[in-house]
Design a protein around this ligand. Sequence first.
Ligand code: ISJ
Length: 364
Amino acid sequence: MTNGNRLEELRDSIDAIDDKLLELLNSRAELAVQVGKYKSGNPSEFYVPSREKQIYTRLLRENPGPIPDEAVRAIFREIISACLNLEQPLTIAFLGPEATFTHIASMEHFGQSARYLASPSIRDVFSEVDRGRAHYGVAPIENSTEGVVNYTLDCLVETDLSICAEIELGITHHLMSTSGKMENVKRVYSHPHAIAQCRQWLELNLPDVELVDITSTARAAEIASDNDDAAAICSELAGKLYSLVPVMRKIEDKTNNFTRFIVVGKTRTKRSGNDKTSVVFGLSHAVGSLYHALEIISKFRINMTKIESRPSKIKAWEYLFHVDLEGHREDENVAAALKMLEERSLFMKILGSYPKSIQSAKGE
Ligand SMILES: C=C(O[C@@H]1C=C(C(=O)O)C=C[C@H]1O)C(=O)O
């Protein structure tokens, strides 16, 4: 057989598999629509993060390769996104403008079939969901280098929305400009967190340039697109959106740089079997009150993954404690611990139980 014939034969086999895949995808979509008919009709009940987490966990456990896990996740993200969209088109509010890392995280989670609504502030993300203009909202909550996003913690306390899911995204920063030439860069624009995450690289490579804080990495890219002597620290997506080219790629000081985002909505997420619970509580000013509160968590053998304190905003020097626990609020030990914690606190609110994130590849 000639090489040409063999090549044709292989491509014919690929065509035959694609036909089968397409048929199977459509059968899957029809089943998803049928599942949708069993839901109550309330638009916020169609997206089921616990079920999605179970699907990914099973597929990644059983993936024999050679397709890498990351690609399996991306492919199924879009399949699920398209199926969900047939059941109920979803609108997702995110901290904008377009091409921010929150936008990238939202698309990684909800896929291309959802509709996205850029919101100018974290408070607006919450209010779009509260008022029903979006089904869910996505906001950053914590960066592995810069720490928590206080504004998101405060919005969680002040509104009635719950955390339905979390998204973890690896963050990579690029220095991008209209020319891509280092010698043209006299000013660098970016969000203060991004500038902080690239501080050492900037001191070493651009010690004399002016650093200008901007409200978002995407807005920084837009400004750099109008100024030939400026550059932005931003994602590849933001740079491309404003026709910038890289001066230098991957300039963050720590390669292990992740941001955690939360999905907020009006529904409670069911158990997936591998969940987290976020809770906030306030305590009296008494000796050992925090110690005794945390003792409850340890007594029920619950792993605490995070603790943060925020001013209560009611009385000076009184604090609210934000704690993340492993487990779901419906797990027996978590339910018992939360009940006891509530009895011993001045105030307690469960912010949500949701599936632990599957760490994603770099958000570029
Ligand atoms: C089909 C369902 O609805 C949605 C779509 C899913 C899918 O395509 O597999 C999974 C969970 C839901 O977000 C379901 O609830 O099972």
